[in-house]
Write a protein of this length. Structure first.
Lengths: 112, 117
């Protein structure tokens, strides 16, 4: 089983739609969780951290379910500019010298 | 100013050759990484250095040799290139917090696209 798994998609949605991605992780000792965004032929960039209580940043909501070992990202009112690959990432432990492990990414295309 | 810069951005070379990719960060971060992203877009860690010291080596063939002359630089040298080495190689850095934990936010360079023919 991969350490971090995502549905690769692609997800094709119209503008204005709500779309949700899930990501599962295998290491129950994982401490920190993130969503990164990667545009085509660009580097990944941090979109948002994921906190235990869930957190929201504008149209984006991230949630963590430790019992089931998954994190989710919800995008409301999708924009054309949201088209990208969304990578979930897991920090395996809370101390230093951990490694950020990425899922394979979920491709989102928002069309007019 | 570019925070994490890699050179070259594109590399096309023949099998069996040796090549290097350079990386520099001006963020003052303590930790630097090399990640490989293959054709299926899977981003996998290769190496991690903290203050010039190797801390993670993820079962990478010993044809790959990282070198960190100082904490702002992490270079990657690849010997005897193989077809399977074709990928995008990303350098990244992150900041260690007081107490030893890490923020978990990685700042990536733009990537170096390596094509082995």
């Amino acid at each position: 089983r991969k350490e971090v798994e995502q549905d690769p998609g692609p997800f094709n949605v119209p503008e204005g739609a709500t779309v949700a991605f899930n990501c599962t992780y295998s290491n129950s000792a994982s401490q920190s969780f993130f969503w990164y965004r990667q545009d085509c032929r660009k580097e990944p960039k941090l979109l948002m951290s994921v906190y235990s209580s869930g957190n929201e940043d504008g149209r984006f909501t991230a949630q963590l379910n430790r019992a089931s070992q998954y994190i989710s990202l919800l995008i409301r009112d999708s924009k054309l500019s949201d088209s990208a690959t969304y990578l979930c990432a897991v920090w395996p432990r809370g101390t230093s010298y951990g490694k950020l492990t990425f899922g394979q990414g979920t491709i989102l295309t928002v069309h007019p | 100013d570019t925070a994490v810069s890699q050179t070259p951005k594109y590399l096309v070379t023949q099998m069996g050759n040796d090549k290097s990719i350079k990386c520099e960060q001006n963020l003052g971060h303590d930790t630097m990484y090399w990640y490989k992203q293959d054709s299926k877009k899977f981003l996998k860690i290769m190496f991690s250095y903290n203050n010039k010291e190797l801390i993670i080596n993820e079962t990478v063939p010993n044809r790959f040799s990282p070198k960190s002359p100082d904490k702002a630089h992490l270079n990657l040298h690849i010997n005897s290139l193989e077809l399977g080495d074709s990928a995008v190689y990303f350098c990244a850095s992150s900041q260690e917090l007081a107490g030893g934990s890490d923020t978990g936010e990685l700042f990536f360079g733009e990537g170096s696209r390596l094509t082995v023919l």
